[in-house]
Design a protein. Structure first.
Length: 233
């Protein structure tokens, strides 16, 4: 199931100029950062390791300008941003979900700078109400050092502990947290009820109290994350 998608158009390797443009964008960001924000952070994380050091430093300034909605002088990261896609090659990046599993799909041969730039400019086009949170995920992506996989999903989404959150959890963390702790979706339990339910389920999930050992760490981590979400709401 397609959750988010972004096309980045960029100069071909043999082209004498460096240009970048945006194409099709399916970037849901509500509630922020949404699947769209997660995809943008993933694109940045996947290409930062190959970005030249001086361009990485410049990227931080660009993200600040984009978040503030400032006018952007060109070029940035040695590429000129434009609307016209004529003569450019296409990279296509997707976030897909299958059951409870989220997966990045990155396709294209653009330079690391063009891919990072495309994600940054797409984040800058998000409505101001969600832009700050989306940019926080993009900045998190700039600090990633590792493989593209479940660990990256967990890192970008801010999930603490074991497993990466399910697709439904990232789309609506409040509802996910209620269901994990056994409350009705849409209810508003008191803090004391949340704590009481958490302690009860934690005891049941722990292997020392009869809980299954397989998956216990992930289950306990999900309970703790659900409690954190509800108590911080």
């Amino acid at each position: 199931m397609l959750l988010a998608e972004l096309e980045i158009w960029h100069s071909r390797p043999i082209a004498p100029t460096r240009r970048v443009a945006l194409g099709r964008a399916v970037l849901p960001v509500e509630p922020a950062p949404g699947f769209g924000g997660l995809l943008l952070g993933g694109i940045v994380a996947a290409h930062m390791g190959e970005l030249e050091e001086d361009l990485a430093a410049e990227l931080g300034h660009l993200l600040n300008d984009l978040e503030a909605g400032r006018r952007l002088p060109q070029p940035r990261l040695r590429h000129r941003f434009q609307l016209d896609r004529h003569g450019l090659a296409r990279s296509r990046h997707r976030l897909v979900g299958e059951g409870d599993v989220l997966t990045f799909e990155f396709e294209g041969e653009g330079s690391p700078a063009s891919q990072v730039l495309g994600a940054a400019y797409a984040a800058g086009q998000v409505d101001a109400a969600e832009r700050r949170i989306v940019m926080a995920v993009v900045r998190r992506g700039t600090r990633w050092h590792g493989e593209v996989g479940p660990e990256l999903i967990r890192y970008l989404s801010g999930t603490r502990g074991g497993s990466a959150r399910a697709a439904r959890a990232f789309a609506d963390p409040g509802r996910w947290a209620l269901l994990v702790l056994g409350f009705d979706a849409g209810s508003a339990p008191a803090r004391a009820d949340v704590q009481r339910r958490f302690r009860s389920l934690l005891r049941d999930a722990h292997p020392d109290h009869g809980g299954a050992r397989d998956g216990a760490a992930d289950r306990i981590a999900d309970l703790a994350e659900a409690r954190r979400i509800l108590l911080s709401a």
